[in-house]
Design a protein around this ligand. Structure first.
Ligand code: MG
Length: 387
């Protein structure tokens, strides 16, 4: 059975604030539209996904949809939502889907269960929508902002999306009602044509991001869904001739220097690798190959800034790092606070989220023989459960 999701993303909507249309604005690092497309693309019951977009948004769409599976080429919409949906349905006609799910781009939190329930009900009834029973008392306004009357909420529902329909029927009613512009959702057309539409109880998470305040609510919903990750890093550098070592961004006078391709900051390297580890995204060597001349003598802050930047790009949040330096000499303790402050500055996080510790190895091993220094680090982050 061919179940096709049609995502309506043709709005120019800037009511939510910001320079970009809201469907392209980022929510915890990802365009809203990308989250919506992914919700359908990842659903096992959905065969294919098509978006209806506004003209001039091709580049925005290409960026927002890169790499998403099951996605067909976008269709250009019209000035009104109803026109956009009709153009989208016309474009799907050659594919002859059995059921089409029409969904607002601005509802990125649609659940797997809601999608499945709407598909099942649409198969059974021909039409079905996700909806929420009205729980607030309803008032109709009279003149001057006063209440004219209280309206019974009995049997009242708020229509959401997705709305699922037998494809041939919804295409026909959209063609039949092409002249009417007073329909605010697709079920209205189906009802007007005399077909029955089933109500599928949705969950409140499936909110529509419309006003500026909705972004803050949406960010909190996402954060609640984030998972915690812990990464570890370990690094060693040998001593060589020199007069100072650089550890966690702080220069410490010493009888030797540290040997390395970059500034050989053993502490910052361990911490950077711990963050890459928490992201499951390689290590310093992958992102900054030692074979490339440009990283010779590089300040290690470049690596750390890159790793923390990846956390933020993925909509994640850095929680804590714990770095342990291993050496007999130089003494680390007197520089501990300067190291914490420097790491916090590079990462743009509060210093309370960074711990730096030091230990000798009781004269044992290479650090005990004063041949070099070692460091290990643990980083804890929160990251959205995404693709
Ligand atoms: Mg290193």
């Amino acid at each position: 059975m061919h179940i096709h999701a049609l995502i309506v993303a043709a709005g120019q909507g800037t009511r939510a604030g910001g320079a970009l249309p809201k469907q392209y604005q980022r929510l915890a690092g990802q365009p809203i539209l990308r989250r919506t497309l992914n919700a359908f693309s990842a659903h096992p019951d959905v065969t294919a996904v098509t978006a209806v977009i506004a003209s001039g948004h091709d580049a925005l769409f290409a960026e927002a949809s890169a790499g998403i599976a099951k996605l067909s080429a976008p269709v250009l919409g019209g000035a009104e939502r109803q026109v956009s949906v009709r153009l989208g349905l016309e474009a799907l006609a050659p594919l002859q889907p059995d059921v089409v799910l029409i969904h607002d781009a601005a509802r990125p939190f649609v659940s797997r269960e809601t999608i499945r329930s709407v598909i099942d009900a649409a198969k059974q009834h021909g039409g079905a929508i996700a909806a929420l029973p009205v729980t607030d008392t309803l008032k109709r306004e009279a003149v001057g902002g006063t209440i004219g009357e209280t309206v019974s909420r009995e049997n009242l529902w708020r229509a959401q999306t997705p709305q699922g329909f037998a494809f041939d029927q919804i295409l026909r009613v959209h063609r039949d009602f092409a002249d009417r512009q007073d329909m605010t959702d697709d079920a209205s057309l189906f009802e007007a044509a005399g077909y029955s539409v089933a109500l599928v109880e949705d969950d409140v998470q499936n909110m529509k991001i419309t006003r500026p305040g909705d972004f803050a609510v949406a960010e909190r919903l996402l954060e609640a869904d984030m998972e915690q990750r812990v990464g570890s890093g370990f690094d060693v550098h040998a001593f060589e001739d020199g007069d100072h070592v650089t550890v966690c961004g702080v220069d410490i006078p010493h009888t030797h220097g540290l040997k390395g391709h970059s500034d050989a900051d053993v502490g910052m390297h361990a911490l950077t690798d711990a963050i890459y580890g928490a992201l499951s995204d390689g290590d310093i060597g992958k992102h900054f190959p030692p074979s490339e001349e440009q990283w010779k003598g590089a300040a290690s802050s470049v690596f750390l800034e890159h790793a923390i930047g990846l956390v933020r790009e993925r909509g994640g949040k850095f929680l804590h790092a714990d770095v342990t330096i291993m050496c007999e000499m130089p003494k680390i303790g007197p520089h501990r606070e300067a190291m914490r402050a420097r790491l916090a500055e590079i990462m743009d996080v509060p210093v309370g989220r960074i711990a730096v510790k030091a230990t000798t190895t009781e004269s044992l091993g290479f650090t005990g023989r004063r041949e070099g220094m070692a460091a290990q680090a643990v980083a804890t982050i929160k990251i959205p459960e995404t693709d």
